[in-house]
Design a protein around this ligand. Structure first.
Ligand code: NAD
Length: 343
């Protein structure tokens, strides 16, 4: 008998519930042994209990240490602080891994297989921000302070080297801006070379590139890269760029790994422009579920899910609108379920 695995489920805001239903359908077809504890957060949390990150949700993740999460809405400019950022801090989810792998051949870029690791709890995301009012302008000056620590850099870099080696990758590239932010991103670069020298030299290659050049190189020749690791803000931007190389945000999953929990999600947001229409692409969240299956060492189910997705897209040619197809979310999910059942 398969051991049941308790896990927290947050459907999320906007398209979240639609893509989560689709993802649960494929996990059911795989007989994935998760015992879901359904919780809310983001706008859903605010509406249900007046808190975008309710205590009950935190307690659930603390208990299960494992969660599958839909996108959570965060107001821009003002309003409440991002529940995603708070979750990362609360559970010390210091590593964010975002694979970008071509699933549909023949696109603008073929055969992309990139791994992007993002430091997830430090840098410019710490929220040390304020305005200085001058005369009658309350927002005359804006100030943000970033914080990177040696220990924080070692955590994410060590995780990156270990994971990259375990996955058979050949090279890690550190992305930084140490020519300008000499301390803030210089510490990350310096720690990478130190750690590599101490523990990983001979097992995997290491080089580095400045973030602006990296963006240009990723667009001109992405195949020169293998595994990228970088600080929080650069990682956010570069992983979206990498997602664009493989067909857009609808194809990009993310794993938030930490000391106290692991939370799996799509890289994209709640897509309010298409929410409720039933047309969202659920593949990013399904691929996040595949990462979650790998995390709990159900590698065969993860492999079957990825294969079913690939066959549905490439053999059956069932695709959502963002991939140039006509299928809605439910039709795509049903086609993947059929592939799993017949596979
Ligand atoms: P977004 O990712 O929600 O949408 C950007 C564009 O991509 C939109 O045109 C959208 O329709 C499209 N898109 C996104 N996911 C799609 C999918 N699965 N299928 C088809 N099209 C898809 O980014 P945004 O509009 O900048 O953000 C909306 C909200 O989401 C904001 O409140 C933001 O804070 C939040 N957000 C949450 C997360 C998260 O929970 N991890 C991540 C990013 C943004």
């Amino acid at each position: 008998m398969t051991t049941r695995i308790p896990a927290t489920l947050i459907a999320g805001d906007g398209i979240g519930p639609e893509i989560m239903d689709a993802t649960l359908a494929v996990l059911d077809a795989l007989d994935a042994p998760f015992d879901w504890d359904r919780q809310v957060a983001g706008l859903g949390g605010l509406k249900a209990s007046g808190d975008p990150l309710p205590q009950q949700t935190l307690d659930s993740i603390r208990r299960t240490r494992l969660a599958l999460k839909g996108p959570l809405e965060t107001p821009s400019g003002g309003g409440y602080r991002s529940s995603n950022v708070r979750l990362r801090e609360e559970f010390k989810l210091y590593a964010n891994m975002r694979p970008a792998k071509t699933l549909i051949p023949g696109g603008r870029f073929d055969d992309i297989d990139l791994l992007v690791f993002r430091e997830n709890v430090e840098g410019l995301y710490m929220g040390y921000e304020h305005y200085i009012p001058i005369e009658d302008d309350p927002h005359a000056v804006a100030i943000a302070t970033g914080v990177n620590t040696r220990q924080g850099a070692r955590h994410i870099l060590d995780y990156t080297f270990r994971t990259a080696i375990a996955l058979g990758r050949k090279k890690v590239t550190v992305v930084h801006k140490a020519n300008i932010m000499k301390a803030l991103t210089g510490i990350f670069l310096e720690t990478a070379y130190q750690l590599h020298q101490e523990k990983y030299a001979g097992q995997i290659a290491l080089d580095d590139v400045i973030v602006d050049a990296c963006c240009m190189k990723l667009v001109i020749n992405p195949w020169q890269f293998d595994t990228l690791v970088t600080t929080n803000l650069f990682g956010d931007i570069l992983s979206d760029l990498a997602a664009g190389l493989v067909g857009g945000l609808g194809m990009a999953p993310g794993a938030n790994i930490g000391q106290d929990a692991a939370i799996f999600e799509a890289v994209h947001g709640s897509a309010p422009d298409i929410a409720g229409k039933g047309i969202a692409n659920p593949i990013a969240l399904m691929l996040a579920a595949a990462l979650m299956l790998d995390h709990v060492t159900l590698h065969d189910k993860a492999r079957r899910l990825r294969q079913a997705i690939s066959d549905t897209l490439n053999v059956d040619k069932v695709r959502t609108g963002d991939l140039g197809g006509k299928a809605d979310t439910a039709t795509l999910a049903a086609a993947i379920v059929a592939r799993i059942r017949n596979g």
